[in-house]
Design a protein around this ligand. Structure first.
Ligand SMILES: CCCC(=O)SCCNC(=O)CCNC(=O)[C@H](O)C(C)(C)COP(=O)(O)OP(=O)(O)OC[C@H]1O[C@@H](n2cnc3c(N)ncnc32)[C@H](O)[C@@H]1OP(=O)(O)O
Length: 321
């Protein structure tokens, strides 16, 4: 990873000519703020070419499960990792479907929030081990890893406030998925566990990079080095969890989802234009060098200043007691 120059190198992988370099390279130096602003939020611009097609085809050869998306009137969408027979492990086709759902969310201009959950009361047990076994050569592993890094980076950058609703276990790649959301809400009995070490691996879907930013390097080292089981209490303590819900009353997950929607609603109430602008300035502040982040903030500010919500607030002489 090269972090030297703004925008251009933000997510470039180090090996010249590597498949991932194409996938993750931002097309124009200095264009990064524009990408965030455009709402595309993608790290992949010109890279939707031959190599991505190749890995998509390869992943499609491992079918099973689905990634379901429901966009609600409230402006909160629900994304469900759905492969209960394998504890919601990601088959190859689910990885491809996740990319398609993220594309749909990138185009959803009325959206404000997103909840990512697993089907049938558990979150996600990571990569399907049958896929892992079948593509265990380093070249294919790298390609799968870059594909998922790209998708999860785009997920995190969506102009939506996102929550991972952790019921049951989030293991391996499932734990990495939780870090691709802005917030994590845990249900009693829920667990986030980076089991990679026990699989002779390290995170490869961007989970380590994001984890360090969430809990700091000391905690990340402990979590990865010890393959720690992070329960809701520890999650709150180290800042991995943003809240603990009461959880499901009937085992259906419906109650936890309702609670998560209520929790998220505290932050998504208001016009979509403003909520989306909030996410954009935070993403740019989190990811960009200060100068570029300030420019991006100015540009985003320009999209809301004098806008309908701003004019309405001025007309109502709003007081903030
Ligand atoms: C860069 C990505 C790195 C990765 O994600 S590597 C994958 C990391 N994940 C794992 O190693 C999870 C392995 N699985 C487990 O530890 C346990 O199955 C788990 C999730 C704790 C659940 O345990 P139990 O409640 O006892 O249930 P169980 O073991 O009988 O599982 C039910 C069925 O689900 C299957 N399953 C669970 N996780 C899977 C996975 N990741 N890939 C493929 N199949 C998986 C498991 O084989 C079982 O299937 P079956 O009923 O035997 O046909």
């Amino acid at each position: 990873m090269v972090l030297s120059a703004a925008g251009q190198h933000l997510l470039r992988v180090s090996r010249p000519g590597a498949w991932g370099q194409h996938l993750l390279r931002v097309s124009r130096p200095g264009a990064w703020g524009q990408h965030l602003l455009s709402g595309i939020g993608s790290v992949s611009t010109t890279a939707k070419g031959f190599q991505e097609k190749e890995i998509r085809e390869k992943l499609q050869a491992f079918p099973g499960g689905s990634i379901d998306l429901v966009k609600q009137e409230s402006g909160i969408a629900v994304l469900t990792v759905n492969n209960p027979a394998r504890m919601n492990a990601f088959s190859g086709s689910m990885m491809v479907e996740l990319e398609e759902r993220v594309s749909q969310l990138e185009e959803w201009t009325e959206g404000k929030g997103l909840i990512v959950q697993g089907a049938a009361g558990t979150f996600c047990s990571g990569s399907d081990l049958n896929v892992v076994r079948d593509i265990s050569n380093p070249q294919d592993g790298m390609k799968m890893c870059m594909f998922m890094q790209n998708v999860l980076t785009r997920l995190l950058r969506l102009p939506l406030l996102s929550v991972a609703l952790v019921e049951g276990s989030a293991l391996g790649g499932g734990a990495e998925l939780t870090t691709a959301c802005d917030f994590r809400l845990m249900v009693p009995g829920g667990m986030i566990r980076f089991v990679h070490k026990h699989m002779g691996l390290v995170p490869g879907w961007g989970g380590a990079a994001r984890l360090v930013r969430i809990v700091g390097s000391q905690n990340a080292l402990k979590m990865l080095g010890g393959a720690l089981k992070v329960d809701p209490e520890m999650g709150l303590q180290i800042g991995l969890a943003d809240g603990v819900l009461e959880g499901s009353l009937d085992g259906s997950g419906a109650n936890a989802l309702l609670e998560a929607e209520q929790w998220l609603g505290c932050y998504t109430t208001g016009p979509a234009s403003v909520i989306r602008a909030i996410k954009k300035v935070v993403v740019s502040g989190r990811e960009l060098p200060l100068e570029v982040a300030l420019r991006t903030e100015r540009d985003v500010f320009g999209t809301v200043w004098g806008g309908p919500a701003n004019l309405q607030a001025l007309a109502s002489k709003a007081k903030h007691k």
